[in-house]
Ligand binder design. Structure first.
Ligand code: SAM
Length: 225
C-alpha cells in the first residue's frame, strides 16, 4: 500500500518507461553479474537474506538470487516491477517483489544485506526523508547485517562531467541530457529531452545531492552491529 504524498518527479511512471532503453540497455544487464560480485566482495554479508531497495527491473535482485540469496526486491514504479517479474521468470529464479516507497518499506531484522544500487539514494529535497530511508535500512537489518549504497561521488563525477550529452537508439530516438552542478558541487540538476520523429518530451529531475567520497570511490557500505 502506497501512502499519499506530494507528487514528485520519481512518481511519474512515464519518466522511467520512456527512459528505460537509455537507462537500462542490455549492456547494463550484462555487466550486473560483475557489479554484484564486487558489491558482495566489499559488503561481505554474513547470511543469505537480501533486500534490493529500489530494485528497478531487478538486475541485482536476479544476480543475487542466482548466487543463492533469498531476495526481496522493493520499488515504487509499476512498469519497472513488471519488467523485473518478467526477467526473473525468464531467469527461472524466485524473488519476492514488493511495490513500496523506500521511505516506507521496513521489515525489522529481516535481512543480512540491504543493497541500494545505481544511484537510488538521495532523491529527496527534505534530507529528513533520506534519513528516514537510512533508518528503514538499519531497522530491516539483523544485528551484524550490512548495507551497501552505490552512488556517484563528486570527485568521480568531476572527472567525467559533460554539461550536455546526446545518445541515439537504433530506432532514431534521441536523448539529450543537460546537467548543471551548483551550490559549490553539492547538488546536480538534470534535464532529459527525448526527441522522436515528430515529438519532443522533456523530463526535469530536480536537484540531487552529490556525495563526497573521501577515496574517490563511489560506494559506501557499513555494518550495523
Ligand atoms: C536508477 S534506478 C536504479 C534501479 C536498480 N537499483 C538498478 O541498479 O538497476 C532508480 C530506481 O529507484 C526507484 N525509485 C525512485 N524513487 C523511489 C521511491 N521513492 N521509493 C522506491 N523506489 C523508488 C525507481 O523506480 C528506479 O527503479
Amino acid at each position: 500500500m502506497m501512502r499519499n504524498r506530494k507528487r514528485e518527479w520519481f512518481d511519474d511512471d512515464s519518466f522511467w518507461r520512456e527512459l528505460y532503453p537509455f537507462m537500462f540497455p542490455e549492456k547494463r544487464f550484462a555487466s550486473t553479474s560483475q557489479e554484484v560480485d564486487q558489491a558482495l566482495k566489499l559488503a561481505k554479508p554474513q547470511g543469505k537474506r537480501a533486500l534490493d531497495l529500489c530494485c528497478g527491473p531487478g538486475r541485482c535482485s536476479i544476480a543475487l538470487a542466482r548466487r543463492g540469496f533469498a531476495v526481496t526486491g522493493v520499488d515504487r514504479t509499476r512498469y519497472l516491477l513488471a519488467q523485473a517479474r518478467c526477467r526473473a521468470k525468464a531467469a527461472r529464479v524466485r524473488i519476492e517483489w514488493v511495490r513500496a516507497d523506500m521511505r516506507d518499506f521496513v521489515r525489522p531484522g529481516a535481512f543480512d544485506l540491504v543493497l541500494s544500487m545505481f544511484t537510488s539514494f538521495g532523491y529527496f529535497d527534505d534530507k529528513r526523508e533520506d534519513l528516514a530511508v537510512l533508518r528503514n535500512m538499519f531497522a530491516s537489518l539483523r544485528p551484524g547485517g550490512t548495507f551497501f549504497i552505490d552512488v556517484l561521488g563528486k570527485e568521480c563525477l568531476a572527472r567525467i562531467f559533460q554539461p550536455t550529452k546526446s545518445d541515439t537508439l537504433p530506432d532514431g530516438t534521441r536523448l539529450v541530457q543537460r546537467h548543471e552542478v551548483f551550490d559549490d558541487w553539492t547538488r546536480i540538476r538534470n534535464e532529459w529531452i527525448l526527441l522522436r520523429k515528430w515529438a519532443c518530451e522533456e523530463f526535469q529531475v530536480p536537484p540531487h545531492g552529490l556525495f563526497r567520497t573521501g577515496t574517490e570511490g563511489s560506494h559506501g557500505s557499513g555494518r550495523f552491529c
